[in-house]
Design a protein around this ligand. Structure first.
Ligand SMILES: N[C@@H](CCC(=O)N[C@@H](CS)C(=O)NCC(=O)O)C(=O)O
Length: 91
């Protein structure tokens, strides 16, 4: 199974908006969790990633390893690189 992704974000965060804009422009469909409205998601991010900062992309590989990628620029670059490699960006 390919890597699985979840974007932790919230509506009024401009850095999150940038990532969401990129996803929309590229037609990439990734599930999102709103850390402002969903306290479970907030806790997942804090406990898993170590920081409450958004946006953060949770990446789970096919062996079950999990990586938490912070920084909007790095998230966009990661997804763009996957696109360049024609890797499927799966949910
Ligand atoms: N350099 C970061 C900035 C992210 C950032 O400042 N996010 C704010 C929301 S707009 C945040 O989560 N602040 C709360 C915190 O860091 O705990 C990026 O580009 O992703």
């Amino acid at each position: 199974m390919p890597d699985q992704h979840v974007l932790y974000q919230y509506d009024t965060c401009p850095f999150c908006a940038r990532v969401r804009y990129f996803l929309e422009a590229e037609g990439i469909d990734i599930p999102m969790k709103d850390t402002m409205r969903d306290p479970v998601a907030f806790r997942e991010l804090l406990m898993g990633g170590g920081r409450a900062t958004v946006p953060c992309l949770r990446i789970e590989d096919d062996a079950g390893g999990v990586r938490w990628l912070y920084e909007s620029n790095d998230i966009v670059e990661y997804l763009a690189e996957r696109r360049r490699q024609a890797s499927p960006i799966s949910r």
